[in-house]
Design a protein around this ligand. Structure first.
Ligand SMILES: [Zn+2]
Length: 303
């Protein structure tokens, strides 16, 4: 079981000091993929950075500006191009003169009718494309970009050295598992990103949605174990069902889950199957899509 953390004290539109270097303003965009809303994090004092400005809401822009009155916003960091994270970056930069940093490649649009996320921000472009490990300095703060693809191909997390803390965006969330939806989402990349974060032994994670994760190692261990168990369950179901569809796999594996969540579950199963196919464990006829027929890969007998 993942030790989810969901209790959170906050007020919309009001910046809250949550650590010596971190202030958080929660946007008023609660929903099934955003929990209580997107947390914009302000780093430092005097000359500050903003991580994930959030959705394009006038009230949220005003709240960030009010929180930083008399200060200078020099850097805007964006974890990924989803509509609940990136759209306010451009208006905030236009107002403050800050420079926008994010992964350079726009994410590929999600396919299918199932709306699994707050939605892709297909027009978002940073001023400066990040590279893994690049560091930025302000008075009293050092932020390092950490490439963490998987939730999206362009996802970056940001480490705050002075507090040995990480802002993992949507890669790790305390309240929920993360959506990994092909074609842009990639389960192999995602698991590698989780292992990379885990290896760095951060003291605290500040996800873009929900409260901080302070018991980092047990949380990440359970988060990774959850994905590995799901992959094992899929292989077992393929063994039992033979050549089968994602629809039938979902019906078996998610029998106890609300049927309205089954379309999202199908995307997650597809992400696992693509990963397992790359590893040589499963195969499908034709392209690896939601509609394909999937089976365990049988080793061919030598002629
Ligand atoms: Zn997202």
């Amino acid at each position: 079981m993942i030790p989810f953390v969901r209790a959170m004290q906050f007020e919309y539109g009001r910046a809250q000091s949550v650590s010596p270097l971190i202030r958080r303003v929660v946007a008023d965009n609660p929903g099934p993929f955003t929990f209580t809303g997107t947390g914009a994090h302000i780093i430092g004092h005097g000359q500050v950075a903003v991580i994930d400005p959030g959705p394009d809401q006038e009230s949220h822009l005003e709240a960030i500006l009010a929180a930083t009155r008399g200060e200078t916003i020099s850097h805007i960091f964006v974890t990924h191009g989803h509509l609940d994270h990136s759209p306010l970056a451009r208006p905030l930069a236009a107002t403050t003169g800050a420079v926008i940093y994010a992964g350079g490649e726009p994410c590929r649009p999600s396919d299918g009718a199932a709306r699994l996320e707050a939605g892709d921000d297909l027009v978002f472009r940073p001023d400066v494309a990040l590279s893994d490990g690049r560091a930025f300095r302000g008075p009293g703060w050092t932020i390092q970009a950490v490439a963490t693809p998987g939730h999206t191909s362009n996802h970056y997390a940001f480490a705050l050295a002075e507090e040995h803390a990480l802002f993992p965006g949507d890669c790790v969330m305390g309240w929920s598992t993360s959506v990994v939806s092909p074609p842009d989402g990639d389960m192999g990349d995602y698991l590698e990103s989780l292992m990379k974060i885990r290896a760095r032994r951060y003291d605290t994670l500040w996800p873009a949605h929900g409260p901080p994760i302070r018991d980092v190692e047990p949380f990440l261990a359970a988060y990774v174990a959850h994905r590995r168990k799901r992959a094992g369950d899929i292989l077992a179901a393929l063994e039992a069902q033979g050549a089968t569809s994602i629809r039938r796999l979902v019906a078996e594996l998610y029998a106890d889950v609300d049927r309205r969540l089954h379309p999202a579950a199908a995307h997650s199963v597809l992400a696992h199957l693509i990963h397992l196919r790359r590893a040589g464990a499963v195969e499908c006829a034709g392209p690896p899509t939601l509609a394909a027929v999937w089976r365990l890969r049988r080793l061919r007998r030598a002629a």
